[in-house]
Design a protein. Structure first.
Length: 260
């Protein structure tokens, strides 16, 4: 029984620090149980020795009055009764230990239960938060939020704007390569939507200027060919002229839808 109690103590010591108070209770109860068991063992040894001594003495003294023998038997009965009480106390202590261990196990299960997943933000909430972070200059947060909005809500009405704004956010954060990739995604997904594709062409060219003016010129030339009457095309011609690039004017085509 002492070995089992020691094993229980080893298990209890492995619990988290938050269970220290209950562990103290367990240790106290175990000590009480050990004390009670030690006392019971001592009483049993004393009782056994007393019974043996009494029987040997009675055998040697066959003529001892019966009344004296009865008194010794009564003393033996008292010792047995005390032993029974000690055993009952030990049983009660063990039951209390078991109950405390059950409480600890339940507490551990509660701590190990997975936390409830946070509610998924709505498309509008993500778009609004990202736009606020972009306006406030918190570009890393804005980019993360635009990416999440695009991933979770690819068919939302705000998805094209979110894709374009991701391109603009990368450019504002001076992450030129990522801006080019994001702008290409806009052009690929919404090739005929002048509200987002035209600004994407312009921003892509701006992101390419520092590394390759030739690439920037090709991008802006594609913009003029696709959306010649857009505001983005006008801005591209101005930027090209400012850095010494010449763009070939596109032939007039049908009017495109105005940017949003």
């Amino acid at each position: 029984m002492q070995r089992d109690i020691a094993q229980l103590q080893d298990q209890v010591r492995s619990l988290q620090s938050s269970m220290d108070q209950k562990m103290a209770i367990v240790q106290t109860l175990v000590q009480q149980a050990l004390d009670a068991a030690s006392k019971a063992n001592t009483n049993v040894a004393v009782l056994s020795e007393g019974v043996t001594t009494t029987l040997q003495r009675e055998l040697r003294q066959a003529l001892t009055p019966v009344a004296g023998l009865a008194a010794k038997v009564d003393n033996t009965n008292n010792d047995v009764s005390e032993l029974r009480n000690n055993v009952q106390d030990l049983t009660t202590s063990i039951n209390r230990i078991q109950q405390t261990l059950n409480d600890l196990n339940n507490a551990v299960k509660v701590m190990q239960a997975p936390a409830a997943a946070p509610p998924q933000p709505t498309a509008q909430a993500l778009f609004t938060t990202a736009s606020r972070d972009y306006t406030g200059g918190n570009y890393d947060m804005a980019a993360s939020e635009y990416e999440q909005a695009i991933k979770l809500y690819p068919d939302d009405p705000n998805a094209p704007a979110a894709q374009l704004n991701l391109c603009l956010t990368y450019f504002a954060a001076k992450r030129r390569d990522q801006a080019v990739v994001a702008c290409d995604a806009v052009i690929a997904k919404y090739p005929d939507d002048s509200a987002v594709a035209a600004p994407a062409y312009f921003t892509k060219g701006m992101a390419q200027v520092d590394t390759s003016k030739a690439d920037a010129r090709r991008t802006w030339q594609a913009l003029l060919a696709k959306f010649p009457r857009s505001d983005a095309a006008t801005k591209a011609k101005e930027e090209a002229r400012a850095i010494g690039l010449t763009l070939t004017a596109a032939s007039p085509g049908p009017a495109k839808r105005k940017p949003r």
